[in-house]
Design a binder for this molecule. Sequence first.
Ligand SMILES: [Zn+2]
Length: 198
Amino acid sequence: MLYPRPLAMLIDSFMKLPGIGEKTATRLAFYVVEMQDEDVNQFAKSLLSAKRDLTFCAICGDLTEESPCSICTDSSREQTTILVVEEAKDIVAMENMREYHGLYHVLHGTISPMDGTGPEDINATSLIQRLQNSKIEEVIIGTNATVEGEATAMFLARLIKPSGIKVTRLAHGLSVGSNLEYADEITLLKAVEGRREI
Ligand SMILES: [Zn+2]
């Protein structure tokens, strides 16, 4: 089907988003054309602002408007625990639970030999640097219960243990293959409470 060029470009743009195929992209593009001008303007502004005004926290790697982020600079949080997660969105899931009051570290990925990603591709070096000269007593590894998540947890445990810091893994009442961001709050709470040393 040949669409007018601006429409075809919009469809192409939507198709760059995860989980959106041509059919959905076409439906969304037609919807945008029918939207109010001010709503479209706001939408475009939000897209640009999300890219322009967000950065990664230099300490923990979380998405933030200002680095260091509000969690890293919050002295009321427990400074002795770091919860390591795969993605910044996992922090949102944990924070919604309101039961974890320590610090975080975002890996921005996992070790996955199948996909050709190794230890150098995750934000692990900064974690190790962070652990030196810090008050951290426990590192909780909250990578997902997937093959990659497990491999990453094992790698980090081996890396951290020689320093004498306790390394624990979230108890995965989270079923195998599950992602933190989709877990409900009670499951997450149980996962934190039931964490085991690795
Ligand atoms: Zn931070």
